[in-house]
Design a binder for this molecule. Sequence first.
Ligand code: HEC
Length: 140
Amino acid sequence: MRRAVLAAAALAAAAGLAGCGAEGTTRPLPVAVVGTLPKATAITKGNPAVGKQLYAQNGCGGCHMFTPAGSNGKVGPDLDHLAADAQKANQGPLDQYTFESIKNPNGYVVPGFKAGVMPDFSSLGDQKIADLVAFLTQKS
Ligand code: HEC
């Protein structure tokens, strides 16, 4: 029963997204919404405390320097400078840039670094990636 409700919500959300993404359509599409849908955010909300654990469990620190995690890896970019890198990359807002960097590391490769070095962490799933994003982007 719960699954059915979730599936319905997912379908409705997908329909909503398809409506938004349909470029070239100038006519507003009528969308009937029955019941309440989860607030449509581009990115799942993450929990920074969980993200900190995931950062340790997934060996991120072996390659990345990041002061809040106490890690000093030198293979990848220094994540203390993530916000500045995101701005240079010009690939969207910081949280979105960070999310994509973890989910699809070779989609955009930070200048001065090689593609194919950072493992693809998409198998963590969006929620865990969002937790990592929350940890990496929280203001301390
Ligand atoms: C084997 C080494 C390695 C591991 C492990 C690794 N990374 Fe990376 N990471 C890299 C390299 C190299 C880059 C730069 C190249 C690129 O953009 O793919 C990078 C880029 C990034 C960026 C973009 C950084 C910037 O300054 O723009 C983020 C964010 C990131 N990694 C997060 C993570 C997280 C979170 C984990 C753990 C889940 C992780 N990385 C694990 C090597 C690694």
